[in-house]
Every structure is written in structure tokens, then in C-alpha cells.
Write a protein that binds this ligand. Structure first.
Ligand SMILES: C[S@@+](CC[C@H](N)C(=O)[O-])C[C@H]1O[C@@H](n2cnc3c(N)ncnc32)[C@H](O)[C@@H]1O
Length: 166
């Protein structure tokens, strides 16, 4: 059951969704992990905004495509790196920005993982599916292109407060 919830199909971000993600990331910098990077489109958008990006992807064809595109466009791996890895098995503690376009059933489990691993001050942008029980800092768009941004320190504080008051 747990494995089934974490299953995520390939579906590329729309242009509008990508623009929304980049609006959330405006003013931020540093290391960014895209969880399930597909053909690399979110990584390419974020790397052109100055982030040092890693795309984690389990589909080897998509990883090969994204690596080839990075090479054609002359992007150094320090700016856009693609690794064929299961992000559920990866420690994300060195990232201060995370983007995720996954599946509804994966979001609760993802929230628990990120609360355990991400440093204070880190930031999550989730596409199409929000993290249940987390209060977003902001949301952009609607329908299939809606995106949510979460400040991990604020989420930790609000979850702590709601636990203390129950
Ligand atoms: C909905 S697509 C999003 C692709 C891309 N981020 C985008 O926005 O266009 C989700 C991607 O996650 C990948 N994926 C699913 N489970 C994964 C896992 N455990 N580790 C790494 N990648 C995974 C899928 O292969 C798919 O490419």
C-alpha cells in the first residue's frame, strides 16, 4: 500500500505551471532539488535563474534526454545535474529549495520526509497537489497549473503549535 501511494507517473509540467514555479522561487537562491525531474524542464528553468540544480529521476530514458539537452545547451553540471536515483532513498538535507510535481497519494509521505530532512529556511514548491495539513506561504494559479509554496520553518512552527493546542 505504502509503495503504491508513492508511485508517480511521468507527466511534464505545462508552461504556465513552470512560470508559476519560477514566480515562487523569485528572490531565492542556492541549491535546488527537483524530485522526479522528467525531461528536466523545471531544472532548466531554475538553473537559468541561477540555482545550482539537481534533478532526481528514476526513468533512465528521461535522465539521458535531460543530460543530453544540458550538454547541447552547454550547461555545466554544477548548474544542472541529473542523477538516476530514487529520491525517496536520497537524503535531501543539503538542499534549501525543492520542487515537486508528483501525485496526490505521495504528498503526505513527502511532507514527512521533508520535515525530517530539510534545513530551517528551506522552501518547497509543489505543483498541482498540495501537501496535506501544511499551510502554504502562497499559491499561484488554478486548476491543473496551481502551485503552492511552503516555508519549511513556518510549517514546522505551525505544526508544533497545532500539536500543542490539541
Ligand atoms: C509528474 S512527472 C514531473 C516531471 C517534471 N518534474 C516536470 O515537472 O515536468 C514525475 C516524474 O517523477 C519521476 N519519479 C517517480 N517516482 C520517482 C522516484 N521515486 N525517484 C525519482 N523519480 C521519480 C517519474 O518518472 C516522472 O518523470
Amino acid at each position: 500500500m505504502f509503495l503504491l501511494l508513492k508511485k508517480v507517473p511521468y507527466l511534464p509540467s505545462s508552461k504556465e505551471q513552470t512560470v508559476n514555479v519560477m514566480k515562487h522561487l523569485s528572490g531565492r537562491s542556492g541549491r535546488l532539488a527537483d524530485l522526479g525531474s522528467g525531461d528536466g524542464r523545471l531544472v532548466f528553468a531554475a538553473s537559468s535563474a541561477g540555482f545550482q540544480c539537481t534533478g532526481f529521476e528514476i526513468n533512465s530514458i528521461l535522465v539521458a534526454y535531460a543530460r543530453a539537452k544540458a550538454q547541447w545547451t552547454g550547461l555545466p553540471s554544477s548548474q544542472a545535474n541529473f542523477v538516476k536515483t530514487d529520491f525517496w532513498k536520497t537524503d535531501l538535507s543539503s538542499y534549501n529549495n525543492v520542487t515537486a510535481f508528483l501525485a496526490p497519494g505521495a504528498m503526505d509521505v513527502l511532507g514527512d520526509k521533508l520535515l525530517k530532512e530539510l534545513p530551517d529556511g528551506a522552501f518547497l514548491v509543489s505543483c498541482r497537489f498540495p501537501v496535506p495539513h501544511w499551510t502554504p506561504q502562497s499559491s499561484i494559479g488554478s486548476g491543473l497549473d496551481q502551485t503552492w509554496a511552503y516555508d519549511i520553518s513556518a510549517v514546522r512552527a505551525s505544526l508544533k503549535k497545532s500539536t500543542e493546542s490539541t
